[in-house]
Design a protein around this ligand. Sequence first.
Ligand SMILES: NC(=O)c1ccc[n+]([C@@H]2O[C@H](COP(=O)([O-])OP(=O)(O)OC[C@H]3O[C@@H](n4cnc5c(N)ncnc54)[C@H](OP(=O)(O)O)[C@@H]3O)[C@@H](O)[C@H]2O)c1
Length: 229
Amino acid sequence: MDIVIFADLKVAADINELANKVTLMLKGHGLDVLINNAGISSKFTKLKLVKEKDLTEHFGVNTIAPILMTKAFLPLLMNGRNNNGNNGIVVNMSSILSSIKENTTGGFYPYRTSKAALNAATKSMSIDLKKDNITVISLHPGWVKTDMGGTHAPLTVQAAVINIMKFIENITPEHSGLFYNSDGEELPCDVDDYDENDSYDEEFNDLVTVDDDLPIIIRWTMEKSLVQF
Ligand SMILES: NC(=O)c1ccc[n+]([C@@H]2O[C@H](COP(=O)([O-])OP(=O)(O)OC[C@H]3O[C@@H](n4cnc5c(N)ncnc54)[C@H](OP(=O)(O)O)[C@@H]3O)[C@@H](O)[C@H]2O)c1
């Protein structure tokens, strides 16, 4: 049975109300998996175009909401049951654009910084919640055909969801605190923590050519969805 409850995750009171409603619905059972999926992206934002409001909004939805969601759902997650020795699992939906190591094109200040901060939160949660057997990871879902990913994305939502669910089924406590692609590959959050010859930055450089002073090109880039979020 699918049950949908609407909440504005920018509003802390909505998050607490959401957790209360889910607690009532679960009637004493725990929550096995919390996927902090909601996110926003203002697309390609070079430094000259950055606005305070955008930065604040992105941190609100992409960083603060997943932290408050995890806090609010903690009692339920502690009673969750998963395979492989986990109680609850928290999946923070991040993006390869959060990777400091992979950033060779700049820009995207609101999105990159808020998702990088989310990865930092994932790490802290993994340490804080280890004693409760709660596993916390950051996940890049791939480039997916959604409103954010656009029509040029190679992955359908269905294919992405299948990958993500398969990955979640195989999560162990050893995964906690790390950043993964949905195919299970570990991704770099930081400047030095990855040494494989991966292709993300080359792929990305090929796709993005934007002049700061030409918003029309930025719009064109957005419309053509040439950017992997
Ligand atoms: N698509 C990609 O290629 C891609 C790549 C890397 C990472 N991601 C990440 O994957 C996650 C899902 O992205 P998506 O592609 O599905 O994006 P999307 O098509 O733009 O959908 C975003 C979702 O977040 C919800 N949301 C936004 N602000 C919210 C708020 N204040 N309160 C509650 N819900 C809110 C939206 O709800 P409404 O529809 O009600 O506004 C919508 O359901 C995001 O975290 C994104 O950063 C996506």
